[in-house]
Design a protein around this ligand. Structure first.
Ligand SMILES: Cc1cc2nc3c(=O)[nH]c(=O)nc-3n(C[C@H](O)[C@H](O)[C@H](O)COP(=O)(O)OP(=O)(O)OC[C@H]3O[C@@H](n4cnc5c(N)ncnc54)[C@H](O)[C@@H]3O)c2cc1C
Length: 497
Protein backbone atom coordinates (compact mmCIF):
# COMPACT_ATOMS: atom_id res chain seq x y z
CA UNK A 1 0.00 0.00 0.00
CA UNK A 2 1.30 3.46 -0.91
CA UNK A 3 0.62 6.24 1.57
CA UNK A 4 -0.41 9.70 0.52
CA UNK A 5 2.39 12.25 0.66
CA UNK A 6 2.35 15.98 1.09
CA UNK A 7 4.35 17.05 -1.94
CA UNK A 8 5.95 20.41 -2.68
CA UNK A 9 6.43 21.18 -6.36
CA UNK A 10 8.84 24.09 -6.80
CA UNK A 11 8.12 26.02 -10.01
CA UNK A 12 5.03 26.35 -12.19
CA UNK A 13 6.64 26.09 -15.61
CA UNK A 14 6.28 23.20 -18.05
CA UNK A 15 7.96 20.83 -15.58
CA UNK A 16 6.19 21.93 -12.42
CA UNK A 17 2.81 21.45 -14.08
CA UNK A 18 3.84 17.98 -15.28
CA UNK A 19 5.08 17.02 -11.81
CA UNK A 20 1.99 18.41 -10.05
CA UNK A 21 -0.31 16.53 -12.39
CA UNK A 22 1.58 13.24 -12.05
CA UNK A 23 1.65 13.35 -8.23
CA UNK A 24 -1.98 14.52 -7.92
CA UNK A 25 -3.12 11.79 -10.31
CA UNK A 26 -1.67 9.16 -7.91
CA UNK A 27 -3.57 10.66 -4.99
CA UNK A 28 -0.88 12.81 -3.40
CA UNK A 29 -1.57 16.21 -1.91
CA UNK A 30 0.28 18.84 -3.91
CA UNK A 31 1.33 22.45 -3.36
CA UNK A 32 3.03 24.35 -6.17
CA UNK A 33 5.32 27.18 -5.11
CA UNK A 34 5.97 29.76 -7.84
CA UNK A 35 7.95 32.89 -7.22
CA UNK A 36 6.59 34.89 -10.14
CA UNK A 37 3.05 36.16 -10.66
CA UNK A 38 2.05 33.79 -13.46
CA UNK A 39 2.65 30.23 -14.59
CA UNK A 40 4.67 29.18 -17.61
CA UNK A 41 8.27 29.79 -16.49
CA UNK A 42 10.25 30.82 -19.56
CA UNK A 43 6.96 31.25 -21.44
CA UNK A 44 5.56 33.74 -18.95
CA UNK A 45 4.81 36.82 -21.11
CA UNK A 46 6.70 39.25 -18.87
CA UNK A 47 9.88 37.20 -19.35
CA UNK A 48 9.63 36.57 -23.10
CA UNK A 49 11.26 38.55 -25.83
CA UNK A 50 9.06 39.76 -28.69
CA UNK A 51 8.16 37.18 -31.35
CA UNK A 52 9.66 34.33 -29.34
CA UNK A 53 8.57 30.99 -30.72
CA UNK A 54 9.43 27.39 -30.02
CA UNK A 55 12.37 25.68 -31.66
CA UNK A 56 10.48 22.39 -31.35
CA UNK A 57 7.58 21.54 -33.65
CA UNK A 58 4.29 21.64 -31.78
CA UNK A 59 3.68 17.87 -31.87
CA UNK A 60 6.95 17.38 -29.99
CA UNK A 61 6.55 20.26 -27.56
CA UNK A 62 3.46 18.93 -25.80
CA UNK A 63 2.28 16.76 -22.94
CA UNK A 64 1.39 13.15 -23.63
CA UNK A 65 -2.31 13.73 -22.97
CA UNK A 66 -2.88 17.13 -24.55
CA UNK A 67 -2.10 18.15 -28.11
CA UNK A 68 -1.58 21.78 -29.00
CA UNK A 69 -4.61 23.25 -30.82
CA UNK A 70 -4.89 22.57 -34.57
CA UNK A 71 -5.03 26.32 -35.12
CA UNK A 72 -1.48 26.74 -33.82
CA UNK A 73 1.34 26.96 -36.35
CA UNK A 74 4.00 24.23 -36.53
CA UNK A 75 6.26 26.35 -34.28
CA UNK A 76 3.95 28.17 -31.85
CA UNK A 77 4.63 31.69 -30.61
CA UNK A 78 5.31 32.43 -26.96
CA UNK A 79 1.76 33.61 -26.08
CA UNK A 80 0.33 30.44 -27.65
CA UNK A 81 2.59 28.22 -25.56
CA UNK A 82 1.60 30.20 -22.49
CA UNK A 83 -2.11 29.76 -23.32
CA UNK A 84 -1.56 26.01 -23.86
CA UNK A 85 0.14 25.67 -20.46
CA UNK A 86 -2.64 27.65 -18.77
CA UNK A 87 -5.23 25.34 -20.35
CA UNK A 88 -3.27 22.30 -19.17
CA UNK A 89 -3.23 23.66 -15.62
CA UNK A 90 -6.98 24.30 -15.79
CA UNK A 91 -7.74 20.85 -17.28
CA UNK A 92 -5.93 19.23 -14.39
CA UNK A 93 -7.25 21.49 -11.60
CA UNK A 94 -3.78 22.75 -10.81
CA UNK A 95 -4.45 26.50 -10.68
CA UNK A 96 -5.84 26.38 -7.15
CA UNK A 97 -2.72 24.58 -5.93
CA UNK A 98 -0.30 27.28 -7.11
CA UNK A 99 0.98 29.83 -4.61
CA UNK A 100 2.14 32.69 -6.81
CA UNK A 101 4.70 35.32 -5.79
CA UNK A 102 6.07 32.89 -3.24
CA UNK A 103 9.70 31.83 -3.40
CA UNK A 104 11.52 28.90 -1.88
CA UNK A 105 14.52 30.54 -0.26
CA UNK A 106 16.00 27.58 1.58
CA UNK A 107 15.25 24.06 2.62
CA UNK A 108 16.59 21.49 5.02
CA UNK A 109 15.75 18.05 6.40
CA UNK A 110 12.84 18.10 8.80
CA UNK A 111 13.95 18.69 12.37
CA UNK A 112 11.54 16.03 13.70
CA UNK A 113 13.58 13.38 11.79
CA UNK A 114 10.50 12.43 9.78
CA UNK A 115 11.18 11.83 6.05
CA UNK A 116 10.95 14.96 3.95
CA UNK A 117 12.02 18.56 4.03
CA UNK A 118 11.29 21.81 5.84
CA UNK A 119 10.94 24.59 3.28
CA UNK A 120 11.58 28.27 4.01
CA UNK A 121 9.27 30.46 1.96
CA UNK A 122 9.08 34.16 1.18
CA UNK A 123 5.51 35.21 0.49
CA UNK A 124 4.05 37.96 -1.74
CA UNK A 125 4.40 40.65 0.92
CA UNK A 126 7.93 39.57 1.81
CA UNK A 127 6.87 37.66 4.89
CA UNK A 128 8.81 34.53 5.78
CA UNK A 129 7.18 31.20 6.50
CA UNK A 130 8.10 27.55 6.92
CA UNK A 131 6.30 24.41 5.89
CA UNK A 132 7.09 20.70 6.08
CA UNK A 133 6.65 18.35 3.14
CA UNK A 134 7.14 14.61 2.72
CA UNK A 135 8.57 14.93 -0.77
CA UNK A 136 9.92 17.76 -2.95
CA UNK A 137 9.87 17.92 -6.74
CA UNK A 138 12.37 20.54 -7.91
CA UNK A 139 11.12 21.99 -11.20
CA UNK A 140 13.04 25.24 -11.36
CA UNK A 141 14.42 24.91 -14.89
CA UNK A 142 17.74 25.96 -16.34
CA UNK A 143 16.83 29.47 -17.46
CA UNK A 144 16.12 31.39 -14.28
CA UNK A 145 19.23 33.09 -12.92
CA UNK A 146 20.62 35.33 -15.67
CA UNK A 147 24.38 35.21 -16.16
CA UNK A 148 26.00 38.53 -15.43
CA UNK A 149 28.93 40.28 -17.08
CA UNK A 150 30.59 43.26 -15.49
CA UNK A 151 33.06 45.25 -17.58
CA UNK A 152 35.10 48.42 -17.12
CA UNK A 153 33.35 51.60 -18.25
CA UNK A 154 29.78 50.33 -17.87
CA UNK A 155 28.77 52.97 -15.30
CA UNK A 156 29.90 55.76 -17.63
CA UNK A 157 28.12 54.03 -20.56
CA UNK A 158 24.90 54.03 -18.54
CA UNK A 159 25.46 57.58 -17.26
CA UNK A 160 25.50 58.97 -20.80
CA UNK A 161 22.16 57.24 -21.57
CA UNK A 162 23.19 53.75 -22.69
CA UNK A 163 21.42 50.72 -21.33
CA UNK A 164 22.71 47.22 -20.67
CA UNK A 165 20.10 44.48 -20.60
CA UNK A 166 20.13 40.73 -20.17
CA UNK A 167 18.32 39.02 -23.07
CA UNK A 168 15.44 38.15 -20.69
CA UNK A 169 14.85 41.92 -20.27
CA UNK A 170 14.52 42.56 -24.00
CA UNK A 171 10.75 42.12 -23.89
CA UNK A 172 9.49 45.05 -25.98
CA UNK A 173 10.43 45.98 -29.58
CA UNK A 174 10.25 49.65 -28.54
CA UNK A 175 13.61 49.06 -26.88
CA UNK A 176 15.18 48.76 -30.35
CA UNK A 177 13.32 51.36 -32.39
CA UNK A 178 15.69 54.04 -33.71
CA UNK A 179 18.51 52.82 -31.49
CA UNK A 180 21.93 51.29 -32.07
CA UNK A 181 21.72 47.76 -30.69
CA UNK A 182 24.68 45.53 -29.96
CA UNK A 183 23.83 41.94 -29.02
CA UNK A 184 26.44 39.76 -27.33
CA UNK A 185 26.07 36.00 -27.84
CA UNK A 186 25.59 33.32 -30.46
CA UNK A 187 22.60 31.42 -29.10
CA UNK A 188 19.12 31.27 -30.60
CA UNK A 189 18.06 34.10 -28.24
CA UNK A 190 20.89 36.28 -29.56
CA UNK A 191 19.96 35.78 -33.21
CA UNK A 192 16.22 36.14 -32.45
CA UNK A 193 16.85 39.47 -30.74
CA UNK A 194 19.15 40.73 -33.52
CA UNK A 195 16.51 39.91 -36.14
CA UNK A 196 13.74 41.42 -34.02
CA UNK A 197 15.78 44.60 -33.57
CA UNK A 198 16.17 44.96 -37.36
CA UNK A 199 12.44 44.34 -37.88
CA UNK A 200 11.60 46.82 -35.12
CA UNK A 201 13.40 49.67 -36.86
CA UNK A 202 16.71 49.77 -34.99
CA UNK A 203 19.14 52.32 -36.37
CA UNK A 204 21.96 49.77 -36.40
CA UNK A 205 22.28 46.14 -35.27
CA UNK A 206 25.50 44.36 -34.42
CA UNK A 207 25.93 40.78 -33.21
CA UNK A 208 29.12 39.94 -31.36
CA UNK A 209 29.78 36.21 -31.10
CA UNK A 210 32.73 33.96 -30.34
CA UNK A 211 32.64 31.28 -33.03
CA UNK A 212 30.24 30.35 -35.81
CA UNK A 213 28.15 27.31 -34.89
CA UNK A 214 25.99 25.01 -36.97
CA UNK A 215 22.35 26.10 -37.03
CA UNK A 216 19.48 24.02 -38.25
CA UNK A 217 16.84 25.64 -40.48
CA UNK A 218 13.20 24.89 -39.74
CA UNK A 219 13.07 23.25 -43.19
CA UNK A 220 16.19 21.41 -44.34
CA UNK A 221 16.88 22.08 -48.00
CA UNK A 222 13.96 24.51 -47.75
CA UNK A 223 11.61 21.52 -47.99
CA UNK A 224 11.77 18.97 -45.20
CA UNK A 225 10.79 19.79 -41.61
CA UNK A 226 13.96 19.14 -39.62
CA UNK A 227 12.08 16.83 -37.22
CA UNK A 228 11.74 14.27 -40.03
CA UNK A 229 15.51 14.09 -40.43
CA UNK A 230 17.07 14.91 -37.08
CA UNK A 231 14.49 13.67 -34.61
CA UNK A 232 14.17 10.10 -35.77
CA UNK A 233 15.52 6.95 -34.11
CA UNK A 234 17.50 6.04 -37.26
CA UNK A 235 19.43 9.33 -37.01
CA UNK A 236 19.87 9.02 -33.23
CA UNK A 237 21.43 5.59 -33.70
CA UNK A 238 24.27 7.18 -35.67
CA UNK A 239 25.53 8.56 -32.37
CA UNK A 240 27.35 6.03 -30.24
CA UNK A 241 25.50 6.02 -26.94
CA UNK A 242 26.26 4.84 -23.42
CA UNK A 243 26.28 1.33 -22.04
CA UNK A 244 26.46 -0.42 -25.41
CA UNK A 245 27.89 -3.91 -25.90
CA UNK A 246 30.67 -5.20 -28.12
CA UNK A 247 28.28 -6.00 -31.00
CA UNK A 248 26.94 -2.45 -31.11
CA UNK A 249 30.45 -1.03 -31.00
CA UNK A 250 31.44 -3.31 -33.86
CA UNK A 251 28.37 -2.30 -35.91
CA UNK A 252 29.19 1.35 -35.31
CA UNK A 253 32.76 0.78 -36.46
CA UNK A 254 31.55 -0.87 -39.68
CA UNK A 255 29.03 1.90 -40.38
CA UNK A 256 31.49 4.70 -39.64
CA UNK A 257 32.13 5.73 -43.28
CA UNK A 258 28.39 5.93 -43.98
CA UNK A 259 27.76 7.92 -40.83
CA UNK A 260 30.62 10.25 -41.72
CA UNK A 261 29.17 10.76 -45.21
CA UNK A 262 25.72 11.43 -43.75
CA UNK A 263 27.02 14.32 -41.66
CA UNK A 264 29.27 15.78 -44.37
CA UNK A 265 26.26 15.73 -46.70
CA UNK A 266 24.17 17.63 -44.16
CA UNK A 267 26.94 20.17 -43.60
CA UNK A 268 27.26 20.79 -47.36
CA UNK A 269 23.53 21.29 -47.64
CA UNK A 270 23.48 23.76 -44.75
CA UNK A 271 26.40 25.73 -46.18
CA UNK A 272 24.54 26.21 -49.43
CA UNK A 273 21.07 26.73 -47.99
CA UNK A 274 22.12 29.25 -45.32
CA UNK A 275 24.87 30.87 -47.45
CA UNK A 276 27.32 30.37 -44.61
CA UNK A 277 30.32 31.15 -46.82
CA UNK A 278 28.92 34.53 -47.89
CA UNK A 279 28.20 35.35 -44.23
CA UNK A 280 31.70 34.21 -43.23
CA UNK A 281 30.01 31.91 -40.75
CA UNK A 282 31.19 28.43 -41.66
CA UNK A 283 31.79 26.58 -38.36
CA UNK A 284 35.12 24.86 -37.77
CA UNK A 285 33.76 21.89 -35.85
CA UNK A 286 31.90 18.85 -37.17
CA UNK A 287 28.15 19.09 -36.80
CA UNK A 288 27.85 15.69 -35.11
CA UNK A 289 30.35 16.68 -32.40
CA UNK A 290 28.13 19.52 -31.23
CA UNK A 291 24.71 17.89 -31.57
CA UNK A 292 23.16 18.57 -28.18
CA UNK A 293 20.79 21.08 -26.57
CA UNK A 294 23.03 23.95 -27.65
CA UNK A 295 22.57 23.22 -31.38
CA UNK A 296 20.31 26.13 -32.29
CA UNK A 297 17.62 26.49 -34.89
CA UNK A 298 18.44 29.21 -37.42
CA UNK A 299 16.28 32.26 -36.77
CA UNK A 300 14.40 32.95 -40.03
CA UNK A 301 15.92 36.01 -41.68
CA UNK A 302 19.15 35.91 -39.67
CA UNK A 303 21.59 34.76 -42.36
CA UNK A 304 20.05 36.94 -45.13
CA UNK A 305 20.36 39.93 -42.78
CA UNK A 306 24.01 39.11 -42.07
CA UNK A 307 24.66 38.61 -45.79
CA UNK A 308 23.22 42.03 -46.71
CA UNK A 309 24.77 43.71 -43.63
CA UNK A 310 21.52 44.66 -41.94
CA UNK A 311 23.14 42.77 -39.08
CA UNK A 312 26.82 43.45 -38.68
CA UNK A 313 28.45 40.30 -37.29
CA UNK A 314 31.71 40.60 -35.36
CA UNK A 315 33.68 37.68 -33.94
CA UNK A 316 34.93 38.14 -30.38
CA UNK A 317 33.42 39.44 -27.20
CA UNK A 318 32.96 42.73 -25.31
CA UNK A 319 36.19 43.95 -23.76
CA UNK A 320 35.05 47.19 -22.16
CA UNK A 321 32.78 50.21 -22.54
CA UNK A 322 34.24 53.58 -23.49
CA UNK A 323 31.86 56.55 -23.40
CA UNK A 324 29.00 55.63 -25.70
CA UNK A 325 30.98 52.85 -27.38
CA UNK A 326 31.62 49.20 -26.77
CA UNK A 327 35.16 48.06 -27.48
CA UNK A 328 35.51 44.45 -28.62
CA UNK A 329 38.25 41.98 -27.74
CA UNK A 330 39.52 42.31 -31.32
CA UNK A 331 39.76 46.11 -30.95
CA UNK A 332 36.67 47.07 -33.00
CA UNK A 333 34.64 49.87 -31.49
CA UNK A 334 30.87 50.14 -31.90
CA UNK A 335 28.80 53.11 -30.82
CA UNK A 336 25.75 51.79 -29.02
CA UNK A 337 22.56 52.85 -27.26
CA UNK A 338 21.62 49.41 -26.00
CA UNK A 339 23.82 46.42 -25.20
CA UNK A 340 21.86 43.16 -24.98
CA UNK A 341 23.71 40.40 -23.15
CA UNK A 342 22.39 37.12 -24.54
CA UNK A 343 24.85 35.22 -22.39
CA UNK A 344 22.59 32.61 -20.88
CA UNK A 345 21.73 31.60 -17.36
CA UNK A 346 23.40 30.17 -14.26
CA UNK A 347 22.56 26.57 -13.50
CA UNK A 348 21.88 25.63 -9.94
CA UNK A 349 19.58 24.85 -7.07
CA UNK A 350 20.54 27.74 -4.77
CA UNK A 351 18.01 26.93 -2.03
CA UNK A 352 19.53 23.49 -1.33
CA UNK A 353 21.91 23.37 1.65
CA UNK A 354 25.55 23.34 0.51
CA UNK A 355 26.12 19.82 1.85
CA UNK A 356 23.39 18.52 -0.48
CA UNK A 357 24.49 20.69 -3.40
CA UNK A 358 27.89 19.01 -3.08
CA UNK A 359 26.20 15.63 -3.44
CA UNK A 360 24.21 16.86 -6.44
CA UNK A 361 26.88 18.64 -8.48
CA UNK A 362 30.52 17.61 -8.97
CA UNK A 363 33.35 20.14 -8.92
CA UNK A 364 33.36 20.30 -12.74
CA UNK A 365 29.67 21.24 -12.79
CA UNK A 366 28.37 17.82 -13.82
CA UNK A 367 25.09 16.81 -12.16
CA UNK A 368 24.85 13.48 -10.37
CA UNK A 369 21.33 12.43 -11.28
CA UNK A 370 20.13 8.94 -12.07
CA UNK A 371 18.06 9.15 -15.29
CA UNK A 372 18.57 12.94 -14.80
CA UNK A 373 15.82 12.76 -12.16
CA UNK A 374 16.98 11.49 -8.76
CA UNK A 375 20.05 11.17 -6.57
CA UNK A 376 20.21 8.40 -3.95
CA UNK A 377 21.96 10.75 -1.52
CA UNK A 378 19.19 13.38 -1.73
CA UNK A 379 16.28 11.51 -0.18
CA UNK A 380 12.62 12.42 -0.63
CA UNK A 381 13.45 14.64 -3.55
CA UNK A 382 13.47 14.51 -7.35
CA UNK A 383 14.06 16.80 -10.31
CA UNK A 384 11.68 17.26 -13.23
CA UNK A 385 12.75 19.03 -16.41
CA UNK A 386 16.44 18.52 -15.70
CA UNK A 387 16.37 16.08 -18.63
CA UNK A 388 16.11 18.95 -21.09
CA UNK A 389 16.16 18.46 -24.84
CA UNK A 390 14.48 19.62 -28.02
CA UNK A 391 11.18 18.22 -26.75
CA UNK A 392 11.32 19.27 -23.14
CA UNK A 393 7.58 19.08 -22.44
CA UNK A 394 7.55 15.40 -23.32
CA UNK A 395 10.78 14.87 -21.34
CA UNK A 396 9.23 16.58 -18.30
CA UNK A 397 6.01 14.58 -18.60
CA UNK A 398 7.84 11.24 -18.73
CA UNK A 399 10.24 12.29 -15.95
CA UNK A 400 7.27 13.31 -13.76
CA UNK A 401 5.59 9.94 -14.29
CA UNK A 402 8.85 8.17 -13.50
CA UNK A 403 9.44 10.30 -10.40
CA UNK A 404 6.09 9.68 -8.73
CA UNK A 405 6.57 5.93 -9.14
CA UNK A 406 10.14 6.18 -7.86
CA UNK A 407 8.94 8.18 -4.83
CA UNK A 408 6.25 5.57 -4.15
CA UNK A 409 8.54 2.57 -4.70
CA UNK A 410 6.36 1.54 -7.64
CA UNK A 411 8.83 1.43 -10.53
CA UNK A 412 8.94 -1.98 -12.17
CA UNK A 413 12.73 -1.61 -12.04
CA UNK A 414 13.04 0.24 -8.72
CA UNK A 415 16.80 0.92 -8.50
CA UNK A 416 18.84 0.35 -5.37
CA UNK A 417 21.07 3.21 -4.20
CA UNK A 418 24.10 1.21 -5.39
CA UNK A 419 22.61 0.71 -8.86
CA UNK A 420 21.89 4.41 -9.04
CA UNK A 421 25.41 5.40 -7.99
CA UNK A 422 27.02 2.94 -10.45
CA UNK A 423 24.83 4.21 -13.27
CA UNK A 424 25.61 7.84 -12.40
CA UNK A 425 29.35 7.05 -12.56
CA UNK A 426 28.94 5.28 -15.91
CA UNK A 427 27.03 8.24 -17.34
CA UNK A 428 29.56 10.74 -16.01
CA UNK A 429 32.34 8.76 -17.69
CA UNK A 430 30.35 8.85 -20.94
CA UNK A 431 29.92 12.62 -20.70
CA UNK A 432 33.45 13.40 -19.62
CA UNK A 433 35.39 10.99 -21.81
CA UNK A 434 33.37 9.33 -24.56
CA UNK A 435 31.18 12.22 -25.69
CA UNK A 436 32.14 15.57 -24.17
CA UNK A 437 29.27 17.23 -26.11
CA UNK A 438 26.91 15.38 -23.76
CA UNK A 439 28.42 17.32 -20.86
CA UNK A 440 26.94 20.71 -21.84
CA UNK A 441 24.63 22.37 -19.32
CA UNK A 442 25.99 20.25 -16.48
CA UNK A 443 25.20 17.09 -18.44
CA UNK A 444 21.49 17.92 -18.18
CA UNK A 445 20.64 17.41 -21.82
CA UNK A 446 19.34 14.22 -23.37
CA UNK A 447 19.66 15.36 -26.98
CA UNK A 448 20.38 13.65 -29.31
CA UNK A 449 19.47 10.52 -27.32
CA UNK A 450 15.73 11.14 -26.86
CA UNK A 451 14.58 7.68 -27.81
CA UNK A 452 17.15 5.91 -25.69
CA UNK A 453 16.31 8.08 -22.68
CA UNK A 454 12.58 7.49 -23.14
CA UNK A 455 13.17 3.74 -23.60
CA UNK A 456 14.97 3.65 -20.24
CA UNK A 457 12.29 5.61 -18.41
CA UNK A 458 9.46 3.48 -19.78
CA UNK A 459 11.27 0.21 -19.14
CA UNK A 460 11.77 1.36 -15.53
CA UNK A 461 8.06 2.16 -15.34
CA UNK A 462 7.30 -1.31 -16.70
CA UNK A 463 6.15 -0.79 -20.27
CA UNK A 464 7.67 -0.80 -23.73
CA UNK A 465 8.36 2.55 -25.38
CA UNK A 466 8.18 1.32 -28.94
CA UNK A 467 5.38 1.59 -31.45
CA UNK A 468 4.27 -1.66 -33.11
CA UNK A 469 5.42 -0.88 -36.63
CA UNK A 470 9.24 -1.03 -36.63
CA UNK A 471 9.50 1.23 -39.68
CA UNK A 472 7.35 3.89 -38.04
CA UNK A 473 9.41 3.54 -34.88
CA UNK A 474 12.69 3.93 -36.78
CA UNK A 475 11.81 6.70 -39.20
CA UNK A 476 9.31 9.01 -37.50
CA UNK A 477 9.83 11.47 -34.63
CA UNK A 478 8.77 10.68 -31.05
CA UNK A 479 4.98 10.51 -30.81
CA UNK A 480 3.76 12.16 -27.60
CA UNK A 481 0.30 10.60 -27.85
CA UNK A 482 1.84 7.12 -28.22
CA UNK A 483 3.89 7.76 -25.07
CA UNK A 484 0.60 8.64 -23.38
CA UNK A 485 -0.77 5.23 -24.38
CA UNK A 486 2.37 3.47 -23.11
CA UNK A 487 2.03 5.25 -19.75
CA UNK A 488 -1.66 4.34 -19.54
CA UNK A 489 -0.70 0.67 -19.93
CA UNK A 490 1.65 0.83 -16.92
CA UNK A 491 0.64 -0.88 -13.65
CA UNK A 492 -1.93 1.28 -11.88
CA UNK A 493 -1.98 2.23 -8.20
CA UNK A 494 -3.20 5.01 -5.95
CA UNK A 495 -1.85 6.44 -2.74
CA UNK A 496 -4.20 6.39 0.24
CA UNK A 497 -4.40 8.50 3.40
C1 LIG B 1 13.22 31.52 -25.26
C2 LIG B 1 13.22 30.05 -25.00
C3 LIG B 1 12.74 29.18 -25.97
C4 LIG B 1 12.73 27.81 -25.74
N1 LIG B 1 12.28 26.96 -26.70
C5 LIG B 1 12.29 25.62 -26.48
C6 LIG B 1 11.83 24.70 -27.47
O1 LIG B 1 11.38 25.07 -28.53
N2 LIG B 1 11.89 23.38 -27.20
C7 LIG B 1 12.37 22.91 -26.02
O2 LIG B 1 12.37 21.70 -25.81
N3 LIG B 1 12.80 23.75 -25.07
C8 LIG B 1 12.79 25.09 -25.26
N4 LIG B 1 13.25 25.94 -24.31
C9 LIG B 1 13.75 25.39 -23.05
C10 LIG B 1 12.71 25.59 -21.94
O3 LIG B 1 13.41 26.03 -20.86
C11 LIG B 1 11.96 24.32 -21.65
O4 LIG B 1 11.34 23.85 -22.81
C12 LIG B 1 10.87 24.45 -20.59
O5 LIG B 1 10.03 25.53 -20.82
C13 LIG B 1 11.48 24.52 -19.22
O6 LIG B 1 10.43 24.46 -18.29
P1 LIG B 1 10.73 24.28 -16.76
O7 LIG B 1 9.42 24.25 -16.08
O8 LIG B 1 11.64 23.14 -16.54
O9 LIG B 1 11.56 25.57 -16.34
P2 LIG B 1 11.10 27.09 -16.36
O10 LIG B 1 10.25 27.38 -17.50
O11 LIG B 1 12.34 27.89 -16.17
O12 LIG B 1 10.21 27.21 -15.04
C14 LIG B 1 10.77 27.17 -13.76
C15 LIG B 1 9.86 27.92 -12.81
O13 LIG B 1 10.40 27.80 -11.50
C16 LIG B 1 10.23 29.04 -10.84
N5 LIG B 1 11.23 29.12 -9.78
C17 LIG B 1 12.57 29.08 -9.92
N6 LIG B 1 13.17 29.18 -8.71
C18 LIG B 1 12.17 29.26 -7.80
C19 LIG B 1 12.15 29.38 -6.39
N7 LIG B 1 13.28 29.42 -5.66
N8 LIG B 1 10.94 29.44 -5.75
C20 LIG B 1 9.79 29.38 -6.49
N9 LIG B 1 9.75 29.28 -7.82
C21 LIG B 1 10.94 29.22 -8.47
C22 LIG B 1 10.45 30.08 -11.93
O14 LIG B 1 9.87 31.32 -11.58
C23 LIG B 1 9.77 29.41 -13.12
O15 LIG B 1 8.42 29.78 -13.23
C24 LIG B 1 13.25 27.31 -24.52
C25 LIG B 1 13.76 28.19 -23.56
C26 LIG B 1 13.75 29.55 -23.79
C27 LIG B 1 14.31 30.47 -22.74
Amino acid sequence: MVSRKKVCVIGAGVSGLAAAKAFAARGHQITIIERSGDLGGVWEPARSYPEVQTQSPKDLYRYTDKAMPDSYPEWPKGPQVHAYLTEYAKDNNLLGAIRFRTAVVQMDRRPDSAPGWRIDLRGPDGTAGQEDFDFVAVCTGQFNEPQTLSLPGEDAFRAQGGSILHSSQYNDPVIAKGRRIVVLGGSKSATDIAVNAVNSGAAEVTLVYREPVWRIPYFIGGLVNFKRILYIRAQEEMFRSWGIGAMSRFAHGVAKPLIWANWRGLESLLKVQLKLGKCDMVPNGRIEDGANCSLPIATPGFFPMVADKRIKAIRGSFDHYDGNSIVMTGGQRMQADVAVLAIGYKLGVPFLPQAYRDKLVDADGQYRLYRLIANPDLPDMGFVGFNSSFCTVLCADLAANWLVRYADGQLARQPTPKEMRDNIEMMLHFKRVERPAAGVYGGLCVAPYHFKHFDELLADIGVSGRRRNPLVEKFTPPDAAAYGRFLAAAPNYRAVA
